[in-house]
Design a protein around this ligand. Structure first.
Ligand code: DGT
Ligand code: CA
Ligand code: CA
Ligand code: ZN
Length: 583
């Protein structure tokens, strides 16, 4: 093998791009096939290189949606670090697709038109053309589209440089594993915003405990994938990784490790507030420890080995990293009043799953088997409905047929204390009505509804639309309530307080969509729901088996919103869940 080793994320990126190049050329079906491959590769737990090393071409073919010809393409990437087919496509249309597609509402067809008709190749070209009023003159674009493009460029500029935590994690883990394998490493932790589980991270901060930092630092600045070394010190180094992320490494000895963990986990605002607590007690807190002045300016370390020790000496409860944002958690910890956050093992089921009845990749039974492996007690099948024609959305007849299929599948899991529930992700139409008749919705166990169109309605109209959907007695959950996609699409304009109020009144559950680039609701929305007593669901929104592993990112988001177990309906066993929804 030669050339640079690509991460799963990068390989997925290639297939996504191929899908878009093909879509630009108006080729049917193939783009969707490549997208599915990309999505499967991106959510693998194991690196493609390892799979190939262990099982060769056969192993690659076992990746969901990967057939003979794609497996060979992956093999070519593994062996050579490149893919000829992809390079030819790029040569044929020399444009920065990745950049342009960040603009909301600009799809492959639009990009193709902009390129063919006015030669737009990248975001710079696009901005200039929009500012010069050239876009509105194109067929199918118009003035409104031009305004939206300018807004989109502004949004891309603001959000472009942060990485989505759930997607970055695979690569972070690889780096951590590498460092961990050195014998000098006593302990290693990811710190910073990644430990606080923020939805996006600016860089990656790593903390190591060791008495001999030198060989660790040497390894770090020379490890595979380092493209730049900004700083190579004894206890602190800083590099740029080829995936575009910057990484900070700090090494401290045992007596300071806990204090350093606390300091480098942040947030900065939290640190500042915590230091004030120490000062009030006549103590000093920094990354080396908690110190007390004994006499003549001489200091004694009174804590520092562990975080727990520092919190204890400050007379406060341990604060979970996800809460450390200086939003009132410090006061609560001082009064022994912190909520007990929902735990990473607390979910009993997954309530949003798309199967191969529509645009998902796996069968109902395959998801059920995986759920059992994950320790879940139930799943809700929620295929798209008919208005989403491109996903093969089900109509009334299709749903009734699926209900029967689920009954049949459930027979097989009878003895396993597991249930497949019948559901749907019903489409909310422009006026707030649904695209499936109530008499069919009534037959489902749980109904989810969501918005997939008309993102540009006014705030009033959009809010009214969702309220109307929530008022439908058959609707139990609103899926991905604000519709944002991180780094790609802004939330639609919505009065979130009004939505939460209506959720409370109509006993509608709001969803925390665990998909790493959705995490819709945001942490601040979750907090509002928790305060208002509005119940939440945490779902994977899986379109393929590996996506079910995304649930943890939804739990992380819930914890950032201070949710406890009782706030999350699918942390309840099945009986209690169904009882709650029937009210
Ligand atoms: P990011 O990287 O933008 O996602 O956010 P963080 O929180 O990871 O920030 P980063 O990488 O600049 O620093 C890591 C942690 O180090 C931060 O959460 C708290 C701590 N820290 C950094 N700079 C300061 C500072 O000036 N004062 C204090 N008290 N703490 C700091
Ligand atoms: Ca950071
Ligand atoms: Ca940093
Ligand atoms: Zn959806």
């Amino acid at each position: 093998m030669r050339g640079m080793k690509l991460s799963n994320q990068e390989i997925a990126g290639i297939f996504y791009e191929i899908a878009e190049f093909l879509a630009m050329e108006n080729i049917q079906f193939k783009p969707r096939a490549y997208e599915k491959v990309a999505s499967a590769v991106e959510s693998l737990d194991e690196s493609v290189y390892d799979i190939y090393k262990k099982e060769g071409l056969k192993g690659l073919k076992n990746i969901p949606n990967v057939g003979e010809s794609i497996a060979e393409k992956i093999e070519e990437i593994v062996k050579t670090g490149r893919l000829k087919y992809y390079e030819e496509l790029k040569k044929r249309t020399p444009i920065d697709l990745k950049g342009l597609e960040k603009i909301e509402g600009l799809g492959p067809k639009g990009i193709r038109k902009l390129y063919k008709e006015i030669g737009i190749k990248n975001l710079d070209d696009l901005e200039k053309a929009a500012e010069a009023g050239k876009i509105r003159e194109l067929d199918g674009f118009g003035k409104k589209a031009e305004e939206n493009i300018l807004k989109g460029i502004e949004f891309a500029k603001q959000s472009g440089s942060r990485f989505i935590l759930g997607y970055a994690m695979t690569e972070i883990s690889e780096v951590i594993e590498g460092i961990k394998s050195l014998k000098e490493v006593q302990k290693i932790k990811v710190v910073g915003s990644a430990r606080r589980k923020k939805e996006t991270i600016g860089d990656i901060d790593i903390l190591v405990q060791s008495d001999s930092p030198k060989p660790i630092m040497n390894y770090f600045v020379g490890m595979p994938g380092v493209v730049r070394v900004y700083d190579h010190g004894e206890n602190k180094s800083n590099i740029r990784h080829k995936n575009g992320m910057d990484m900070d490494l700090r090494i401290l000895p045992e007596e300071s490790f806990g204090a350093a963990l606390l300091y480098f986990t942040g947030s900065k605002e939290f640190n500042i507030e915590l230091r004030k607590i120490a000062v009030k007690k006549g103590e000093k807190l920094n990354e080396y420890g908690l110190f007390k002045e004994i006499r003549n300016k001489k200091e004694k370390r009174i804590a520092g080995k562990t975080e727990e020790e520092v919190f204890e000496k400050l007379d406060m409860q341990y604060i979970e990293p996800e809460m450390r944002e200086n939003q009132g958690e410090i006061e609560l910890a001082l009064r022994n009043k912190l909520p007990k956050l929902i735990g990473y093992g607390d979910l009993k089921g997954d309530l949003q799953i798309q199967t191969n009845w529509t645009d998902g990749s796996n069968t109902i039974e395959e998801y059920a088997k995986e759920a059992i492996k994950l320790g879940l007690e139930y799943i809700l099948i929620t295929d798209h409905t008919k208005r989403l024609a491109m996903t093969g959305g089900l109509d009334e007849k299709g749903l009734l047929k699926q209900i029967k299929a689920i009954d049949k599948a459930n027979e097989k899991f009878k003895n396993k204390n597991f249930r497949i529930l019948k559901g749907s992700e019903v489409d909310i139409l422009k006026d707030g009505t649904l695209d499936i008749k109530d008499e069919v919705l009534k037959k489902l166990d749980i109904v989810g509804a969501s918005v997939h169109s008309y993102f540009n309605l006014s705030r009033e109209e959009q809010t009214k639309r969702l309220i109307k959907a929530m008022e439908n007695k058959n609707v139990d959950i609103i899926f991905h309530p604000t519709g944002r996609i991180i780094n790609r699409r802004k939330a639609y304009d919505l009065d979130i307080d009004e939505i939460i109020k209506t959720a409370k009144r109509t006993k509608t559950v709001l969803e925390i969509d665990a998909y790493p680039d959705r995490l819709d609701l945001k942490d601040e929305h979750i907090k509002k729901c928790v305060d208002a007593g509005v119940k939440l669901a945490i779902d994977s929104d899986a379109h393929a088996i590996p996506h079910m592993h995304y649930l943890k990112w939804g739990i992380a988001q819930a914890r950032r919103g201070w949710a406890i177990k009782n706030d999350i309906i699918n942390a309840h066993p099945l009986g209690k869940l169904l009882k709650f929804l029937k009210q």
